[in-house]
Design a protein around this ligand. Structure first.
Ligand code: NAP
Length: 316
């Protein structure tokens, strides 16, 4: 038997990226009363990804389209997907068996909580970045790339996101200069090959952006070569920053779950956090790959583990 009452759920899922929507699908399909809470647009990071081409079954699919299909799939089985920003999660009642999820205007009660809240982009923290945010400084190539037709762009970072998005930006820009702090990229080889094959691609190795300059919008960057110590100025119309992201695990701070030094929630192979009834899956969790495929795999495990946990409470 599932719980009743408007704001009482079997499972509350926090975050509607691929992990959250997949957990929603599995939990709802298991006939658990399930709600997925999302503060922004359902789909998570894939909404800001032009093409996803490493999700099995889809040779190439637009990120927004994959997100839409995932949401439709979860809702088809009865999961509610609701826009709400979660501020805190806590355990109440005997042995902390009731999970309370606070949002700006509603308090939800649940038997299990699955945190799939992803993360947000890490900022460079250099002068000009904050002031020129959305005036040439961007963290989303798909969102902002079309505004930079014919311009010279800098992309900062050396991981998959930086190299993939730099390649994407060559669609619009006249040149894309990748600025990376070391002399080799950590991005997958296939992404590197694609970038370097593009005639608009350039790299500044061993270099960091020290300042983003411009009056009303970005007009250039000051970069420093960390080996030679030399600084130089690049005239550019935009700066795209892809230097990783910070997981959104803070809302679990009061529950007693363990996090690593980067703020990722630590789980076991069942996606259990160590606090009974609280699970984590996807990018918010400490793990190797941070892919859509791993996110949905983890979320599947989390939803099934939550189902078994709820059964063990004897009330399902
Ligand atoms: P990431 O793999 O952590 O790479 C971050 C990059 O930024 C690194 O090259 C790092 O340099 C650099 N960096 C970090 N802090 C910096 C700073 N303060 N100043 C300058 N550079 C800095 O992050 P990501 O590229 O966002 O990827 C995140 C996850 O998503 C990864 O697991 C990735 O595989 C996945 N992803 C996958 C795909 C795909 O498969 N198509 C696409 C996008 C993302 P160092 O190398 O020197 O540390």
């Amino acid at each position: 038997m599932t719980v009743d009452g408007g704001r009482d759920y079997d499972v509350v899922i926090v975050g509607a990226g691929p992990a959250g929507l997949c957990a929603g699908l599995y939990a709802a399909r298991a006939r658990l009363k399930t709600i997925v809470l999302e503060k922004g647009v359902p789909g998570g990071q894939i909404v800001n990804t032009h093409l996803v081409e490493d999700y099995p079954g889809f040779l190439s699919v637009e990120g927004g389209e994959l997100a839409r299909l995932m949401q439709e799939h979860a809702e088809h089985f009865g999961a509610e997907v609701v826009m709400a920003e979660v501020s805190a999660v806590r355990s109440e009642g005997p042995n902390g068996v009731v999970k309370v999820v606070e949002t700006t205007d509603t308090t939800y009660r649940a038997k299990a909580v699955i945190l799939t809240a992803g993360g947000s982009p890490i900022k460079l923290g250099v002068p000009g970045e904050e002031r020129l945010n959305a005036r040439g400084v961007s963290y989303c190539a798909v969102c902002d790339g079309p505004f930079f037709g014919g311009r010279v762009l800098v992309v900062v970072g050396g991981g998959d996101a930086a190299v993939e998005e730099a390649t994407y930006l060559t669609k619009y820009a006249s040149r894309v200069i990748l600025v990376h702090r070391r002399d080799q990229l950590r991005a997958q080889k296939i992404l590197q090959d694609r970038f370097f094959a593009n005639p608009k691609a350039e790299v500044r190795w061993n270099s960091v952006v020290e300042e983003i300059v411009g009056e009303r919008s970005v007009s250039g960057v000051r970069i420093r070569n960390v080996v030679s110590g030399e600084t130089s100025h690049l005239d550019v119309g935009g700066v795209f920053v892809f230097i990783g992201f910070r997981p959104n695990g803070d809302i679990l701070a009061d529950t007693g779950v363990t996090m690593d030094h980067g703020g990722h929630v630590i789980t076991n192979a069942l996606m259990e956090t160590g606090v009974a009834g609280i699970y984590a899956a996807g990018d918010v969790r400490a793990q190797l790959a941070r892919q859509v495929t791993t996110a949905v795999g983890d979320a599947t495990t989390a939803a099934i583990a939550a189902e078994k946990y709820i059964e063990s409470l004897g009330a399902h």
